[in-house]
Design a protein around this ligand. Structure first.
Ligand code: NAD
Length: 547
């Protein structure tokens, strides 16, 4: 079982300062006697529901989202079960606070808002002793690491050690969205320096005061970290998060077959975007093989989506070579075409024969795509001309502005719907409010990998799969798309409501785990009922009884 009741190792004030065991005013009379808590708490015993009400009141009274974030982090530090109850019961309200967009702001301010350390820091200075250090982590049952080196946090660039906030936020979603017990989650910051001048000049910055290491020393530190993490925590699943794209592609290729490891920005984003496109086919009454996608941005996310899309076409019987012709890219240098100067290895399979075109609008006019996907981190690049042209070419243009946080979205939901006369099938990486156009209200879906990685992670750790495969991400994409209802589609939403996220994640976990059992990726015996086994392993935010 993942959700274990912790035993009261100690009593009195110590238990009140332990976020895993603390119940605050919810300790019962009997527990107060048994655990030497008499006098340390006000006399009234509150239920967890009453505590939740108090927390919600406090959060809603805060003047800014960053203040709300700080309140929630403080709650997580003092009473984890209550924190997760509040987040899970109010996921649509809380997710933008603990994750994108607010977590982006929090990372940008991290050195100033820092109160208490959370997560695990490994720096270049720790070479040779990482294994020994990892023994310091208090939860010996940790099974998922989200590790970042802070080089490309959301679309915000190099935030160095301040990127820790993103690893913490992602792991909170593993628990909230897929029920992975909080003590199983280990956020790691690999501090290899930063090239962010403002941080280097800020006396409050918490990371190493040096520029980014790139060479052999970086590789040696990463290798030592992987080895240490998997020796100290056997079977550990490692998620690479927000690495710069050169390292992300390289490290994923190097280690994906020898460690249980994946890159969320490449593979998770791929699955979520393709799920949205599969669901859009039901609105368009069309097929994947009839789609031509033009990506803005050819980094981790863009290439990751194209790779999953190609895998989906191959599944439908199309050759890899032909499938790639369905994906075109415009990056910072214009249309990606064969013969362009210095094409990076990850872009090469998508550099097709075509005349060079310098800009997105020109590329749309020349290629006549059915979909444009923004993964460039460049706000405002889906201009009125771009959206209007897409709407002229297509009855129902797919327009996904997937860059995070909200401030980096290629266009807003309102712009996409207004400029296309309500015909765009729109999704965004960060949330947008519903848009009213005439008598119609459009509810934009959130094409965020939060729909994918928690379920994939749950499936992998419950099945004890030794590796994470591309097929698992394609399966997750289908699973997610299958859960989009007709009523979602009627409202213009190509993703299920966030309120359904635990059920969505459980079904994705089922499909991923089944793949591990059926393909011999695990030594664990296949349970009779995989879904029941998944549910049994999901954490619930309830208090343990101590007396
Ligand atoms: P990256 O740095 O690997 O790639 C960025 C790409 O954008 C590069 O190919 C670059 O050439 C291109 N680019 C930069 N400026 C451009 C311009 N003016 N015009 C055209 N292209 C331009 O970054 P990434 O990991 O691919 O992430 C990109 C964005 O996608 C970020 O904002 C990130 O937050 C977002 N993202 C969203 C999700 C999601 O779930 N919705 C997941 C991952 C990443």
């Amino acid at each position: 079982m993942i959700n274990k009741t912790p035993s009261p190792l100690y009593s009195g004030v110590k238990i009140l300062h332990d976020p895993v065991r603390n119940k605050g005013t919810a300790f019962t009379d009997a527990e107060r006697d048994a655990l030497n808590l008499r006098g340390l708490l006000p006399p009234r015993v509150h239920s967890m529901a009453e505590q939740e009400l108090r927390v919600l009141g406090n959060i809603r009274a805060k003047p800014t989202d960053l203040e709300r974030y700080l309140y929630l982090v403080a709650l997580q530090d003092r009473n984890e079960n209550l924190f997760y109850r509040v987040v899970m019961n109010n996921i649509e309200e809380m997710m933008p606070l603990i994750y994108t967009p607010t977590v982006g702001k929090a990372c940008q301010e991290f050195q100033h808002i820092f109160r208490q350390s959370r997560g695990f820091y490994v720096s270049l200075q720790d070479k040779g002793r990482i294994k020994e250090m990892m023994q310091n982590w208090p939860h010996k049952n940790a099974r998922i690491i989200v590790v970042t080196d802070g080089e490309r946090i959301l679309g915000l660039g190099d935030l160095g050690a301040d990127g820790m906030g993103i690893a913490i936020g992602k792991l909170a979603l593993y628990t909230a969205c897929a029920g992975i017990c909080p003590t199983r989650c280990l956020p790691v910051m690999l501090d290899v320096g930063t090239n962010n001048e403002a941080l280097l000049n800020d006396p409050l910055y918490n990371g190493l005061e040096r520029r980014r290491e790139r060479g052999e020393e970086y590789d040696a530190l990463f290798a030592e970290f992987l080895e240490a993490a998997t020796e100290v925590f056997p079977g550990m699943l490692i998620q690479l998060e927000d690495f710069g794209n050169t390292n992300a592609f390289r490290l994923l290729e190097q280690y994906r077959s020898t460690y249980c490891l994946f890159d969320d920005d490449i593979q998770g984003t791929g699955a979520v975007a393709v799920a949205g496109i599969i669901a859009a086919m039901r609105i368009m009454r069309s097929n994947l093989s009839d789609q031509k996608i033009l990506f803005l941005g050819a980094g981790e996310a863009g290439i990751g989506v194209a790779d999953v899309f190609v895998a989906a076409l191959k599944e439908g019987g199309i050759s890899e070579k032909e499938a790639r012709q369905h994906c075109w890219f415009v990056d910072s240098k214009g249309l990606l075409v064969a013969g362009r100067d210095r094409i990076e290895p990850h872009k090469k399979p998508y550099a097709h024969e075509h005349e060079y075109i310098p800009d997105l609008l020109g590329a749309i006019n020349a290629l006549q795509p059915t979909a444009i996907l923004g993964l460039s981190g460049q706000p405002g690049t889906f201009t009125q001309d771009v959206v209007e042209t897409m709407a002229k070419i297509n009855e129902r243009p797919i327009i996904f502005a997937l860059s995070n946080p909200t401030s980096k979205a290629e266009c807003t939901a309102e712009q996409a719907y207004t400029w296309s006369d309500g015909r765009a099938i729109f999704a965004s990486g960060s949330p947008f409010d519903p848009v009213k156009l005439g008598n119609q209200t459009f509810v934009p879906g959130q094409g965020n990998n939060a729909y994918i990685f928690p379920g994939v992670g749950l499936g992998v750790i419950v099945s004890r799969s030794r590796v994470v495969t591309d097929e698992m991400f394609l399966a997750a994409a289908h699973s997610l798309a299958n859960q989009v209802t007709e009523s979602d589609l009627e409202r213009g939403r190509v993703y299920p409501a966030l309120a359904q996220i635990r059920q969505v994640s459980a079904l994705i976990a089922h499909d991923v785990a089944k793949m591990a059992y059926d393909n011999g990726l695990t030594d664990r015996e296949k349970p009779d009922d995989i879904l029941a086994d998944i549910h049994e392993n999901m954490y619930q935010p309830v208090y343990p009884h101590y007396a």
